[in-house]
Design a protein around this ligand. Structure first.
Ligand code: 15L
Length: 267
């Protein structure tokens, strides 16, 4: 079994590499920056927006895990090229390469402008909080299209906060532990059909449903609550009146990411 992982040098890719390693499995690590392959790995330095290279990247591959792209807000032109066109190029190369299973890294920011509720349902209608969020909505739409039209099995992961450990109180709800992330990816790689799944651990304070995750066989084992005392002591309880805590997308919903402010920051 060979899995192509795009964006392998990024935060999530780096956490996943050792956790996805298995006897008889090869991880093909693809990134725009060089990655040093370890045991059971091979590496390709390539741009996900380049169709010829992506076609070559599919050679001998059984499944694709697409993590590549910007992971923070960027100007529209960058989002359009790297995240939106990049996802199209990956899916098109997967289709032509006869790949059956594709896992796409979406984000909670695809639905970031929804108000927080006790537990938002699966398949929550998109309400992106940024151009980044729009790119993830588009990723889900492309995944849906490639499933319905071409029969690929596609699972989109609306990832919360995938870090070694939660860094601030919001992440007591949104944390996806690295081990649970690997469990979720394993379940997604085996899933048939088309799914949109929230990417969180079994957090006591979670805001998102785990039902669709369970339906594809994801059994999270970690809970951010073990970090609660320490994080609340350092940062205080989240203030529900603060927009960063009342909306699902947190700080991504703040005016600092309005397009004019973003353009000014880039100058
Ligand atoms: C994301 O989608 C980002 O890529 C990541 O950097 C975090 O900000 C995360 O969401 C989050 O909401 O915590």
């Amino acid at each position: 079994m060979r899995i192509l992982m795009t964006g392998a040098a990024g935060g999530v890719g780096t956490l996943l590499r050792p956790r996805l390693a298995q006897e008889g499995r090869v991880l093909r690590l693809l990134d725009i920056v060089p990655v040093e392959p370890g045991r059971g790995e091979e590496a390709m330095t390539a741009d996900v927006t380049d169709p010829d290279t992506m076609a070559r990247a599919m050679d001998g591959v059984d499944a694709v895990l697409h993590l590549g792209g910007h992971s923070q807000e960027q100007p529209w032109a960058d989002m359009l090229e790297v995240n939106i066109n990049g996802t199209y190029v990956v899916l098109e190369a997967a289709r032509k390469g006869g790949i059956r299973h594709v896992v796409l890294a979406s984000s909670n920011h695809a639905a970031g402008f929804h108000r927080r509720t006790a537990e938002a349902p699966d398949y929550l209608f998109p309400r992106p909080d940024t151009f980044y969020g729009v790119s993830k909505v588009t990723l889900e739409a492309l995944g849906s299209l490639y499933h319905d039209r071409y029969g690929l099995a596609v699972t989109c992961l609306r990832i919360g906060s995938c870090l070694q450990r939660p860094k601030e109180p919001r992440m007591l709800s949104t944390w996806l532990s690295p081990d649970d992330c690997a469990r979720l990816v394993e379940a997604s790689l085996a899933a048939e059909g088309f799914h949109v799944v929230w990417g969180i651990s079994a957090n006591t304070r979670r805001w998102w449903s785990l039902e669709e995750g369970h339906a594809i066989g994801y059994e999270p084992k970690d809970d951010a609550e073990v970090f609660a005392d320490e994080l609340i002591a350092r940062h205080g309880e989240p203030d529900p009146g603060d927009l960063a805590h009342s909306l699902l997308g947190g700080a991504f919903c703040r005016p600092e990411l309005d397009v004019d402010n973003l353009t000014a920051r880039k100058r």
